[in-house]
Write a protein that binds this ligand. Structure first.
Ligand code: HSE
Length: 436
């Protein structure tokens, strides 16, 4: 059979890694796909830049339309990133009847509903395994491997840069900015690293996972998102003392009232496998009603780990080239006419446990006032420790672990406690999950 011709848009870390993997493993890949796969053209903004891949034999251009308009090319790899130019190019390519493989989480999370609609009309496939958790085949696992289950919840470490920062802060007492600079130099961080540390990248990925898990439209704007910039080494070490690790989690949970979608730093018991996922690694824990818990672990960023997912998608698309479009695996796992509108809950409705750190005056009655307020709001205390006073102040840090409660009750209680004269007005709050 004729080889399948592929065009690559973007020759950065992921584009370069993908070309390397496609070339190095060409024989094995062809045996799996049933046809040889060759990259005939690639596009980059600057053709003089040094590359991580060998581009010999590939037609290089600065004009993406030259590739999209090439009638010989059947599959376009969108590896540019961002959600403006990438979106325009993908829509043009779909209109031309090209299948798309993308690693672009922002593109899918923000514009996926529209893109899938166009793709379905044209009968083309949009494959995006590499958009979530780098090389881990979590999209395939959720969409196909777990399709007999009702997904109850999932929780994931889905940003490698953030996990790398938290790990290095904990293990080596390194400074936040120093670790971030290393992640950038290694090509893990987003072009705008605030996307990593403020949780936006994780929220893009969670949006995609939740849609596939629950059969709901992509709704990035409804994800409650909190970053890791406020996490201090002090809290990391108090959490350890209490038997917990702080991880930046993306959590999607189906409740009777709707779906919780949230990204925030989270205390989890240190014995959980996912609490021991360190460095750049990602992991997603999925609770299905039939399977129970299952954990998917691997490299969440980097050239070849991400290329692993891109290439797997290319193989899937090649296998699908001869199937009728109505027999393709649905983009969001559920048939397009079965996507439901279960509401996504607002942040005040989330139900979770809490780690709190209060700075209090060291005098009689202060704790009694605090516990009275929690009691009044029917919030139960699970554990409490008082630490040595801060140097040079009369304030003592009090660390409290609180049992699960609805966020709006906690907001109301903390507002009252922060108004007490004996308590510093800024209480540290980190959410806590048992993940069982
Ligand atoms: N910046 C992302 C991360 C890259 O650190 O996980 C992979 O999506």
């Amino acid at each position: 059979m004729k080889p399948v011709k592929v065009g690559v848009l973007g020759l950065g870390v992921v584009g370069g890694g993908t070309i390397n993997v496609l070339k190095r493993n060409a024989t094995e890949i062809a045996r799996r796909a049933g046809r040889e796969i060759i990259v005939t053209s690639a596009c980059a903004r600057n053709l003089d830049r040094e590359r991580i891949c060998d581009t010999q034999g590939i037609n290089l251009t600065t004009d993406p339309l030259e590739i999209i308009n090439d009638p010989e090319i059947e599959i376009i790899l969108e590896l540019i990133g961002g959600d403006t130019l990438a979106k325009d190019l993908v829509l043009i390519a779909i209109a031309k009847g090209k299948h798309i493989v993308t690693a672009n989480k922002a593109l899918i999370a923000l514009h996926g509903n529209e893109i899938f609609e166009h793709a379905s009309k044209k009968g083309v496939v949009i494959a995006f395994e590499a958009a979530v958790a780098g090389g881990i085949p979590i999209i395939k696992a959720l969409r196909e491997g777990l399709s007999g289950n009702q997904i109850e919840w999932l929780a994931g470490i889905i940003n490698g840069t953030g996990n790398f920062i938290l790990t290095e802060m904990r293990d080596k007492s390194r400074e936040f900015n120093d670790v971030l600079a290393e992640a950038q130099a290694l090509g893990y961080a987003e072009a705008d690293p605030t996307f990593d540390i403020e949780g936006i990248d994780a929220a893009h990925k969670l949006t995609i996972l939740a849609s596939i898990a629950f059969g709901i439209p992509l709704q990035f704007e409804k994800v409650y998102t909190e970053g890791i910039t406020e996490i201090t080494r002090e809290d990391v070490s108090y959490a350890e003392e209490l038997g917990y690790r702080i991880k930046h989690l993306g959590i999607a949970r189906k409740t009777d009232k709707g779906i919780e979608l949230r990204v925030h730093p989270t205390l989890i018991p240190h014995r959980r496998l996912i609490a021991n996922v360190d460095g750049i690694m990602n992991a997603i824990l999925v609770q299905g009603d039939a399977l129970g818990p299952s954990l998917y672990y691997g490299a969440g960023a980097g050239a070849e780990p991400t290329a692993s997912a891109v290439v797997a998608d290319v193989v899937d698309v090649v296998r699908a080239l001869t199937t009728d479009p109505e027999n393709h695996v649905p983009h969001l796992a559920f048939q397009a006419n079965s996507i439901t509108d279960i509401p996504v809950l607002n942040a005040e409705e989330m139900i979770t446990g809490y780690y709190l750190r209060l700075n209090a005056d060291d005098k009689p009655g202060v704790l009694a006032d605090v516990t009275a307020i929690f009691s009044e709001h029917q919030i139960s205390i699970e554990a409490m420790i008082q630490k040595e006073p801060h140097k040079g102040t009369a304030k003592v840090p009090i660390i409290m672990l609180m049992q699960t409660t609805i966020e709006k009750k906690m907001n109301a209680a903390l507002k009252k406690i922060e108004a007490l004269d004996s308590i510093d007005s800024k209480i540290v709050r980190i959410r806590m999950e048992i993940l069982k």
